[in-house]
Design a protein around this ligand. Structure first.
Ligand SMILES: Nc1nc2c(c(=O)[nH]1)N[C@H]1C(S)=C(S)[C@@H](COP(=O)(O)O)O[C@H]1N2
Ligand SMILES: [Mo]
Length: 225
């Protein structure tokens, strides 16, 4: 996957790092703050800003990548990329909106609906919420089960007709259509079915757990649905 210098591995957390350097595709300024979207800002591409709270993109091997689905489920799953590709594929073209204000219109995504993954695992009684983890080792997210079972929440493997790029969360990220971008966790490695919502990374720092575009976080953006 190429060598990466990941500052996070040197023990530099995201919040609290005033500035750093990240060396990969050229030298890039990395800044940090406590706003979801102004964490570590790498160069903008196609209207997107690239965010990571760990000062780089975590490495993975496509051959050994697995998405773990566990917790209150009938069958724990460990899904390879081939397993994900074998599940029903769904395409969704919608806007991507960050709570800090930027929006990219009409982004084509595809992958497996989260509800299809959950159905394959079989949610047990009492499984009322979802806890998502990233193999960056830091970022987390949450949804209620009802939110996660909606027909516009994608375990995305493709974006703009191509495999998701590393900077956008390769090989697998969430895309939660109706919510601000911080819900769309990158570098997805785990989906745990739990009883109660566990607030995610930015939510522990004060952002709304229910992150609907247009009604949350004191913003009034046009909804993307
Ligand atoms: N693992 C991880 N996922 C993340 C983030 C992050 O810092 N780390 N940032 C979130 C935020 S605030 C936004 S707006 C989107 C940005 O997606 P992009 O980096 O592909 O543009 O990713 C979200 N998912
Ligand atoms: Mo964001």
């Amino acid at each position: 996957m190429g060598r990466r210098i990941v500052l996070g591995m040197l023990g530099l957390g995201a919040v609290g790092v005033a500035a750093g350097r990240w060396l990969s595709d050229g030298v890039t300024e990395v800044v940090a703050s406590t706003a979801p979207g102004l964490a570590n800002v790498l160069p903008a591409t196609g209207g997107f800003r690239i965010y990571t709270v760990t000062s780089g993109y975590p490495e993975y091997d496509p051959a050994t990548y697995r998405l773990a689905v566990n917790g209150l489920v009938r069958d724990e799953l460990s899904l390879s990329l081939a397993d994900l590709a074998a599940l029903p594929q769904t395409g969704i073209t919608k806007d991507f909106q960050c709570v800090t204000g930027w929006r990219v219109a009409n982004v084509p995504w595809s992958g497996v609906l989260l509800r299809d993954v959950l159905t394959a695992a079989g949610v047990e009684p009492g499984g009322a919420a979802l806890h998502f983890t990233s193999f960056d080792g830091v970022y987390t997210e949450s949804l209620t089960m009802e939110q996660g079972m909606a027909p516009d929440v994608l375990v995305a493997t493709s974006m703009f007709g191509a495999p998701i790029q590393e900077k956008h969360g390769a090989p697998v990220r969430l895309y939660v259509v109706p919510m601000y971008g911080y819900k769309s966790l990158k570098w997805l490695s785990g989906i745990e079915v739990v009883r109660d919502v566990i607030p995610g990374y930015w939510e522990q720092l004060g952002y709304d757990v229910d992150a609907y575009v247009g009604t949350s976080n004191g913003r009034s953006d046009d909804p993307v649905v």
